[in-house]
Design a protein around this ligand. Structure first.
Ligand SMILES: [Zn+2]
Length: 402
């Protein structure tokens, strides 16, 4: 093939994305939602038929959020012929700026919305949030109850957070675990599956906020406000480069707003320790926590991954052993506690999320810290130079030590 043919194939692909109209297919138990689109792969969602009334069947706002990022990663203009919310369309320039600040590899693109409207047939009134059974979602849920504005419903979505193998099985199993945890609180836990992870080029950590917000926007037929449990507290004088979308939520969420929907961050300003102390003092908290990063079936806490380690040590130092007994293998934790402490302290020398654990351990040890600290620093200095084969063996057999 000559150069001209290659050039034609290159330019012939993805010269523009056209978002034409919403496609809703109702099956006996499930509703499939996608958008008729040219120039890019279609995003698809599935939700149980019983949540029909939640579906925003008037606009393509949910798709517009995802295609804005996708058009920027492909570097092609986006034309939207289907109806979109005028308020949201008016923020797309600023949304692109926030995306670019997080990921400079994206390109600013021209977005044209020819059918932006501000009057809609339906307007919901529900308050909602995501619920996984983790510390952040528990905190957001119980704070809302305490503030007298409990959530009407909760979302449990599949947007890339359940790994790449046996995704459906892991999703279903984690849903059951979250449902079991939520048993002491009223409100449905709604399942929502999507193919977002197969369409977006950038990974989950860099795009998790828009993936989950797209699910909430899709349900703006009933959901009026959505609280997003943010794990990142924005402190203006401590900005560091990061590819985690959580770092821009402070700016991004107020822009994801329509005439019928608003998104807000929740849980900012409270440390993990403060959140656990708060949970333990609330009667609606039943001690059922699920924090694990491992994709186990059934979905139980492995007790050894970095998230389990962090949570276990904080619970132990806060004297919340009853929660450990409810949600983890308590005897196994007791046996490896000292090794987990060593692993966490060494990791804390170079990892911001581990600082909190190290802080609570050092404070507990008091003056004895002076004896241990030089050893920890020495181990942290050696750690990056550990031979790869030994690193692999430690991570494989004793992940809590790494
Ligand atoms: Zn785990």
């Amino acid at each position: 093939m000559g150069w001209s043919v290659y050039l034609f194939l290159f330019w012939g692909r993805n010269t523009v994305i056209v978002l034409k109209e919403l496609k809703i297919t109702k099956k006996p138990d499930v509703i499939e939602v996608s958008a008729d689109v040219d120039g890019a792969d279609p995003f698809e969602f599935q939700l149980p038929e019983k949540y029909d009334a939640f579906l925003d069947d008037e606009s393509v706002d949910a798709f517009l959020l995802l295609y804005t990022w996708h058009a920027m990663e492909l570097g092609v203009p986006l034309e939207v012929a289907a109806p979109v919310s005028a308020k949201f369309a008016g923020n797309l320039d600023r949304i692109q700026k926030v995306f670019l600040s997080l990921c400079p590899a994206l390109r600013k693109v021209k977005i044209t919305c020819v059918n932006a409207r501000s009057v809609w047939r339906r307007q919901g009134s529900f308050a909602s949030t995501g619920f996984s059974g983790g510390v952040d979602s528990w905190f957001t849920t119980l704070k809302a109850i305490q503030n007298g504005r409990p959530f009407d419903c909760f979302l449990f979505s599949s947007t890339g957070q359940h790994g790449v193998h046996q995704v459906e099985e892991v999703f279903q199993s984690r849903y059951q675990t979250a449902l079991y945890a939520l048993s002491s609180v009223s409100g449905n836990l709604m399942k929502l599956e999507s193919n977002i992870d197969r369409v977006l080029r950038h990974g989950f950590m860099q795009t998790h906020t828009i993936r989950n917000l797209a699910c909430a926007l899709l349900l703006q037929g009933k959901i009026r406000s959505y609280l997003y449990s943010s794990a990142y507290d924005f402190i203006p004088d401590k900005i560091t480069p990061s590819s985690d979308m959580a770092t821009v939520e402070y700016f991004l969420l107020p822009l994801i707003v329509t005439e019928r929907f608003e998104a807000k961050t929740a849980g900012l300003g409270a440390s993990r320790t403060e959140k656990l102390v708060y949970l333990s003092g609330r009667q609606e908290f039943n001690g059922k926590l699920y924090v694990c990063t491992e994709k186990r079936i059934p979905a139980t806490n492995c007790g050894t991954c970095f998230k389990c380690r962090r949570t276990l040590l904080l619970l132990a130092y806060l004297g919340l052993d009853s929660v450990i007994e409810q949600s983890f293998d308590y005897p196994a934790f007791k046996k490896r506690k000292w090794a987990m402490e060593l692993g966490a302290l060494v990791a804390a020398e170079n990892s911001v999320p581990e600082y909190e654990v190290a802080d609570i351990i050092y404070r507990h040890w008091g003056s004895r810290t002076r004896i241990v600290k030089p050893l920890i620093s020495a181990l942290a200095a050696i750690k990056p130079h550990t031979p790869t084969s030994l690193q692999w063996r430690i991570k494989n057999h004793y992940p809590y030590l790494w």
